[in-house]
Design a protein around this ligand. Structure first.
Ligand SMILES: *Cc1c(COP(=O)(O)O)cnc(C)c1O
Length: 368
């Protein structure tokens, strides 16, 4: 894409940035919308553009109301803290979930919420029997289970989707035990797109959802949490306490409205590109990709044992070719598609992978 270029020694170098879907740059129309956005003071609850975004996201998700928050981490933190506001609460979370692994344990350190970890299956779900077994009996020895969290799509398993049927079962289970269900829906729009169901249907059984605007949706900043009027009223108070009350928020809400209106409907293109990339990488010597696991906009490639390079070394070599991907471990590489990656970019990336992993004598040296 035209705006993903780098100038090296006066020459324009093509950059294909697949590190994450968070790396997108605001489009020209987003910047224009930011410049002309109608704003007021959102801490006073009267910024019209923030209001429009929050209402639209709530509507898409089929919930009463929404609240713009600074990040997905803040969205999850506030959601968990609202559901677990009574001291002595416990939340059931997946062993490979973002909330458990990548949010500094904030729900415990800041919110005094005890985490009960249930293993994630490789499809991103948690075994319902194990979840039910983790729910605490009413006993003076135990904290009180007040919340179950799932992640959809699941980032640790290559962006796999959780079905509405499973979500409904988990929601019913939560309800039966007087608990709430929170969905970390950082990429819920990708899940809905892949499953061909409206977002509203997918989150029907959830009491709250946190949706990232700055992942596949391509907005520069922020997330929106949605839930009941009561939930959002409490969330708004907590957001202020955490320092997340923002004044002329319309400046950030305006590009997010463009995401919802123009980008959300095109996520299937990213998914097609992910398939194309996965198929291409399958044919690269030294790599293995489980094609069945590629459901949305992520591709996880395994570096085979007989590869002459580690994942880290492959990433370094690709970087010299302008292709940016992430090494998740010594034998796992992640590539994430987004709206600023074209089909041609994907084809170029595949050729670069082939070149980097070819035996030295086979190198066609065509990439610079
Ligand atoms: C990115 C992400 C978050 C956190 O979002 P930030 O905006 O980076 O704080 C939470 N959950 C999942 C699944 C994510 O992918």
């Amino acid at each position: 894409m035209a705006d993903l270029q780098q100038t090296v020694n006066g020459c324009v170098k093509r950059i294909v940035d697949l590190r994450s879907d968070t790396v997108t740059k605001p489009t020209l129309s987003m910047r224009q919308a930011m410049a002309s956005s109608e704003v007021d003071d959102d801490v006073l609850g009267v910024d019209p553009t923030a209001d429009r975004l929050q209402k639209q996201m709530a509507q898409v998700c089929g919930k009463d109301a929404g609240l713009f928050v600074a990040s997905g981490t803040m969205g999850n933190l506030i959601s968990v803290l609202v559901h677990c506001e009574v001291r002595g609460s416990e939340a059931i979370i997946g062993s490979e979930s973002h909330i458990h692994l990548y949010e500094q344990g904030g729900i415990s350190t800041l919110g005094h919420v005890y985490s009960h970890i249930v293993p994630n299956e490789t499809d991103g779900t948690m075994d319902l029997t194990k979840v039910e077994a983790a729910i605490r009996a009413n006993d003076v020895h135990f904290p009180t289970t007040r919340l179950i969290c799932i992640e959809n799509t699941h980032g640790s398993f290559g962006g796999r989707c959780i079905s509405p049927e499973y979500t409904d079962k988990l929601g019913a289970l939560a309800k039966r035990y007087n608990s709430k269900l929170h969905i970390d829906g950082a990429r819920i729009f990708n899940a809905a797109t892949a499953l061909k169901v409206p977002v509203e249907r997918l989150v029907q059984s959830a009491d709250s959802v946190s949706v990232c605007l700055s992942k596949g949706l391509g907005a520069p900043i922020g997330s929106v949490i949605v839930g009941s009027f009561e939930f959002i009223a409490k969330a708004r108070r907590l957001r202020k306490a955490l320092g997340g009350g923002m004044r002329q928020l319309g400046v950030l809400a305006a590009p997010a409205l463009i995401s919802l209106n123009d980008i959300a409907g095109k996520l299937h293109i990213d998914h097609q590109h992910a398939c194309l990339l996965a198929e291409g990488l399958c044919n690269v010597k030294g790599l293995h990709v489980d094609l069945g696991s590629v459901e949305t906009n992520m591709v996880f490639a395994e570096v085979k044992e007989d590869s002459r390079l580690s994942a880290q070394q492959i990433c370094e070599a690709l970087k010299d070719h302008g292709v940016l991907v992430m090494a998740l471990s010594k034998d796992k590489i992640r590539a994430v598609l987004h709206h600023q990656i074209s089909q041609d970019d994907v084809k170029h990336a595949i050729v670069c992978f082939q070149d980097v992993l070819a035996q030295p004598t086979e190198s066609n040296g065509c990439l610079s």
